[in-house]
Design a protein around this ligand. Structure first.
Ligand code: CO
Ligand code: CO
Length: 329
C-alpha cells in the first residue's frame, strides 16, 4: 500500500494520453522531405507513418524500435505506469514482433510531486513489462514541469511476417481487438475523478496475443489504434496501401459508459482534430456522434488488423480504392 497523500495526477496534464499527440496533419508536414537516401535494410522507416522502425539483421530476423510516452491519463500512479508501458510495447506487437528490452523515459516535477509516486509509476511499468517477457534496463529522466512517462522498446520480428501499414489489399475483413471508448472515459475521469475500471483493464491489456494471432492467421497489414482514433489510423493504413475501407459502425464494440460520456460532452480536442483530418476522405451516412466515437483518441488501444483474428469482431472490410478512402455505414 502506498503511504502517499492522494494526488490527482491528471490535473498535471495539459492533454491526455495519446490525445496529447501532435495532430496527424501537422506531424506529416514537419517530417515531409526529411527522408532522403535510406538503406534497403531499413524495412520500415518514416515514409508511411508506421508504428515502429524495422531494420533487417539477416534473412530471418529484424530489429523493431519504437518509443512512446505521454502525460498522465489516470490519477492512479501505478495504473498510469502500467498503461504507458502496455502502450509503448503495443507498437512492437503492431508490427508482428515481440519486445525484448525496454528503457524508461521519465519527466517529473521533482519539486511538486513526491518521488514515491514516481516509484509507483515505474513499478507499474515494470509489472507490465514482466508480463510481456520484456527486460527493462535503465532509461532517462529529466526534471519537467509536467509529468511524463513511457518507454523506448526494442523487439525482434521475422522480416517475412511483418505487419505493415502499407500492405493492406482489397477484399479482406478488418478486425479490431479491443473495444473503443477509452478516450471519452479518460476525459470524463480527468474532469470528474470518476474511475472507470473497464477502461483501465482495457488499457493495461497487452496486444501480445492479438499480434501473434494476426501473424499466425496470415495477416500482412495492421496497426494499433492510439491517438488518431480508429478512423485516423485506418485512414493512414488505407492511404498507404492504396485501398479504401468500409466500417460497419454497428459492429464496432465500445466500453461500457463510452456512449454516456460522449453524450455528456467529454470529447477531447484531439478526437475532434482526428475527425476533421479524415473528413475530406470520408463518405458517411452515420450521425456526427457516431463518427466522433469512431475518431475517439485511444490510449493503448487494440490492434486494427486487415484479416481475421480469432475472438475479435470484424468491423469492416477493405475494398478497391474508390472516391472515398473511408466509408462508414
Ligand atoms: Co502505434
Ligand atoms: Co506509437
Amino acid at each position: 500500500m502506498s503511504t502517499v497523500a492522494p494526488v490527482r495526477l491528471t490535473g498535471y496534464a495539459h492533454g491526455g494520453g495519446c490525445a496529447c499527440k501532435i495532430p496527424p496533419g501537422e506531424l506529416e508536414q514537419i517530417v515531409q522531405g526529411l527522408v532522403t537516401a535510406t538503406s534497403p535494410d531499413l524495412l520500415v522507416g518514416l515514409d508511411d507513418g508506421d508504428d515502429a522502425a524495422v531494420v533487417r539483421i539477416d534473412d530471418h530476423e529484424a530489429l523493431v524500435s519504437t518509443a512512446d510516452f505521454f502525460t498522465p491519463v489516470v490519477d492512479d500512479a501505478y495504473d498510469w505506469g502500467r498503461i504507458a508501458a502496455a502502450n509503448a510495447l503495443s507498437d512492437v506487437y503492431a508490427m508482428g514482433g515481440r519486445p525484448v528490452v525496454a528503457v524508461n523515459l521519465v519527466g517529473w516535477p521533482r519539486d511538486v510531486l513526491p518521488m514515491e509516486l514516481l516509484r509507483e509509476v515505474l513499478r507499474g511499468g515494470l509489472d507490465v513489462s514482466r508480463l510481456a517477457g520484456c527486460h527493462v534496463g535503465g532509461g532517462h529522466s529529466i526534471d519537467d514541469p509536467e509529468p511524463k512517462y513511457g518507454m523506448a522498446v526494442t523487439g525482434l520480428v521475422d522480416p517475412e511476417r511483418l505487419l505493415r501499414n502499407d500492405a493492406a489489399v482489397a477484399g479482406l475483413p478488418i478486425s479490431l481487438t479491443k473495444p473503443l471508448g477509452v478516450g471519452v472515459l479518460n476525459n470524463r475521469h480527468k474532469s470528474t475523478g470518476e474511475v472507470f475500471p473497464q477502461a483501465v483493464a482495457s488499457m493495461v491489456a497487452l496486444n501480445a496475443d492479438a499480434g501473434r494471432a494476426a501473424v499466425d492467421g496470415g495477416a500482412r497489414a495492421a496497426t494499433d489504434v492510439t491517438g488518431f482514433g480508429l478512423l485516423g489510423h485506418l485512414f493512414k493504413m488505407a492511404r498507404a496501401s492504396g485501398v479504401s475501407a468500409t466500417i460497419d459502425a454497428a459492429a464496432v464494440p465500445y466500453l461500457d459508459g463510452a456512449r454516456d460520456a460522449l453524450r455528456d460532452g467529454f470529447v477531447s480536442g484531439g478526437t475532434r482534430r482526428n475527425l476533421d483530418w479524415v473528413r475530406p476522405h470520408l463518405a458517411s451516412t452515420a450521425f456526427e456522434a457516431e463518427l466522433l466515437l469512431l475518431a475517439d483518441a485511444q490510449t493503448s488501444g487494440g490492434l486494427l488488423v486487415v484479416g481475421e483474428v480469432p475472438g475479435a469482431p470484424v468491423v469492416g472490410e477493405t475494398t478497391a480504392r474508390g472516391d472515398a478512402v473511408i466509408t462508414v455505414r
